[in-house]
Design a protein around this ligand. Sequence first.
Ligand code: FMN
Length: 189
Amino acid sequence: MVNVILLSGSPRKKSNTVEVLDVCAKEIEKNGLSTEVIPLRGMSIQSCVACNKCVEKGNCVLKDGLDEIIEKIRNADGFVPAAPVYFGTARGDIMSALQRIGKVSRGSDEFLSWMVGGPIAVGRRGGHTLTLQEMSMFFPINDMIMLGSRYWNMVFAHEEGTTNQDPEGLEMVKLFGENIAKLIKKIKD
Ligand SMILES: Cc1cc2nc3c(=O)[nH]c(=O)nc-3n(C[C@H](O)[C@H](O)[C@H](O)COP(=O)(O)O)c2cc1C
């Protein structure tokens, strides 16, 4: 079992979003919890088709690999989705994933309840706050505990592997990771 699952919505090989999640994961691990960064790269995530099979079966019957990720989230204490900003909003696949993860949780054992986390947005220049707002809708409707840091969890980066050009953004992501680990440990005490 992994304590915190971090899910990247980027399709790129040398992804800035994954780079940011690695920074967050490292901070969580420094604070004593295990992590796994999972990229959606190479996958083609379908939107929820409202078949309601999850209510019957407890998992998602769509065969694109997301259900295996859902199983890992089900067993975790924390969940951090991150998206590259595309045209001012979150890349579609991460929103499709969040909607299906939420649907399965609500339709089965409500595994997201009291899970700790929050979203991260990565983009070149603009649309980070709307991307965060979009992803933020996922947390309170699923009885989750959404955390922040001292600024919103956003990083400015464009070319592959350039997140170090935004040290302030990375500092906030580190603090966010530390906060997640500390709160999970308090809840589990
Ligand atoms: C189709 C597309 C749309 C984009 N739209 C925006 C945008 O609206 N705002 C922005 O700041 N960056 C935008 N970008 C840039 C990416 O967000 C940026 O390159 C980011 O670092 C990509 O993260 P990744 O390397 O994890 O995929 C866009 C990129 C693509 C491919």
